[in-house]
Design a protein. Structure first.
Length: 269
């Protein structure tokens, strides 16, 4: 596991976006026939990363024409064009601003007549591309990845998941503070779906995520903190800001700061 500690959210976002851009460029230089497959999240954490990827695309440094994306999750029952659907979120904040082909974007259908069949279809489509190259994500204050709430199976696959009260409270800020307006279920990739990616990058920002970061990095692997599964991934990367490091041990903090001095800084393009 690599832990990149940046001073603030802005620099965290720049580091993450430029790392993704490097991976895309490396894939292109290798002359791969298969597209680069990118897993994507919603929420506030990736917004800065998306803004920088948009800038890099518009500058001509990268192109998304040969990129295929799979989103982590979608609310069940919200119309696709609902202001808070993740389909709308992704188009408003990312897809509408880059040169990606519409048919290369994949988001779970929260209104599928057979949600279980939709989840199976999603897993099969990921497999048809040879898997996900890099899965970008964030974590909740309780350590959940996508909508894999505490005590989700670490071997879980894409499925329908009931949302906890705490998650609905957190997400109610997007629904005018009305908890009852937040859907109670969602379609989500599983922990194992994320772990199957060749590389996983998780963004962790703000003091409210400090406890989750501690459990991700320092404590044992546990389904109580689904983020802790990252310890078992051969190429997991956590990009966090100083505020999120508040509960790490001093020696843990110093270790990751020290070891990363030897690595190339992808913030310089």
């Amino acid at each position: 596991m690599r832990v990149i500690i940046e001073p603030d959210y802005e620099k965290l976002s720049l580091w993450a976006a430029r790392y993704i851009a490097r991976r895309m460029k490396e894939h292109e230089r290798r002359g791969e026939k298969r597209p680069f497959v990118l897993g994507l999240p919603t929420g506030s954490s990736p917004l800065g990363t998306y803004r920088e990827l948009i800038r890099l695309c518009r500058s001509g440094y990268i192109s998304f024409r040969n990129i295929v994306t799979f989103n982590m999750d979608e609310y069940a029952g919200l119309p696709r064009d609902h202001e808070q659907s993740y389909w709308t979120f992704m188009h408003r904040n990312f897809f509408d601003h880059i040169d990606i082909e519409p048919e290369n974007t994949n988001i779970l259908d929260g209104n599928a007549a057979d949600p279980d069949a939709e989840c199976r279809r999603y897993e099969e489509k990921i497999a048809s591309y040879g898997g996900i190259d890099l899965f970008l994500g964030g974590i909740g204050a309780d350590g959940h990845i996508a909508f894999n709430e505490p005590f989700s199976s670490l071997s879980s696959r894409t499925r329908v998941k009931t949302l906890t009260y705490d998650t609905k409270v957190m997400n109610s800020r997007f629904f005018g503070g009305n908890i009852s307006a937040v859907p109670s279920t969602a379609l989500t990739v599983g922990v194992q779906t994320v772990m199957d990616a060749r590389e996983v990058m998780i963004l962790v920002n703000g003091h409210s995520k400090a406890r989750a970061l501690k459990h991700t990095v320092e404590d044992g692997v546990s389904q109580a903190w689904t983020c802790s599964a990252l310890q078992m991934h051969p190429r997991s990367l956590i990009v966090c800001d100083e505020a999120a490091c508040g509960e790490l041990k001093v020696d843990t903090y110093k270790y990751f700061k020290d070891i990363e001095q030897a690595n190339l800084d992808p913030s310089v393009l």
